[in-house]
Ligand binder design. Structure first.
Ligand code: FMN
Length: 203
């Protein structure tokens, strides 16, 4: 094994982990993985990510409760049977409450460039969002390096104002996603990947 083959193996063994042991994550480990996330590349090196780590059950509960109410309204609007709505909402709350750490991944546009036209402004917002996603992946990989597991959950982007209010966040911290992190209860099988011929062109 060389460093290179080890790194490939490391990257290919990351899994989305959705069930966790109740064991707490030491504070120093949490700080280390958050720090490593900030070494991700970002557009103009503006580092537009903002990371809000929830470790206390009270904060997670507040978030889960607020998001559940919005999720329930959305599912009802979709016309789902109330029984299904209740089950899905309950599951979503349990996922947040049972994760040892919940990291809300936010985007702050305030130090990005401003353009007078909508097209370039949209592109600027996109490159900032891409930068935040880089930090999110880097956090998942840093967690993997520590024997932790995590999963990217997209629901906060559908409930940005609700997440901001529940956690009393600054208005310019726009929630993009949340990462649930903890020691894995189980390691799932690798999910099959599309053949590279289908997704790659070498010209
Ligand atoms: C942008 C994004 C959004 C995702 N949203 C969710 C989600 O809301 N809930 C969830 O359980 N997994 C979510 N995932 C995780 C994917 O389902 C997972 O990465 C994919 O199935 C591949 O599995 P793997 O990560 O174990 O390789 C998301 C991943 C990404 C990158």
């Amino acid at each position: 094994m060389t460093l290179t083959t080890d790194l490939h193996a490391f990257l290919r063994t990351r899994r989305s982990i959705r069930r966790f042991k109740p064991d707490p994550v030491p504070d120093s480990v949490l700080r280390d993985i958050l720090h490593t996330a900030t070494f991700a590349p970002s557009a103009h090196h503006r580092q537009p990510w903002r990371l809000v780590a929830l470790t206390k059950s009270e904060a997670k509960k507040r978030l889960a409760q607020s998001m559940a109410a919005e999720f329930e309204r959305d599912l009802q609007k979709d016309g789902l049977a109330q029984e299904i709505v209740t089950r899905r909402v309950q599951k979503s709350k349990e996922r947040i409450n049972s994760a040892p750490i919940v990291v809300i991944l936010c985007l702050d546009m305030s130090e990005m460039d401003n353009y007078p036209d909508a097209q370039r402004q949209r592109a600027e917002h996109l490159i900032a969002t891409q930068s935040v996603a880089n930090a999110g992946l880097q956090l998942l990989l840093a967690a993997h390096a520590e024997g932790l597991g995590g999963v990217w959950v997209c629901s906060p982007i559908f409930a940005q104002a609700i997440v901001q209010t529940a956690l009393n966040l600054e208005k310019n911290w726009e929630p993009q996603a949340m990462l649930l992190i903890g020691y894995p209860l189980e390691i799932p099988e690798v999910r099959p990947r599309k053949p590279i011929e289908e997704v790659v062109k070498i010209l």
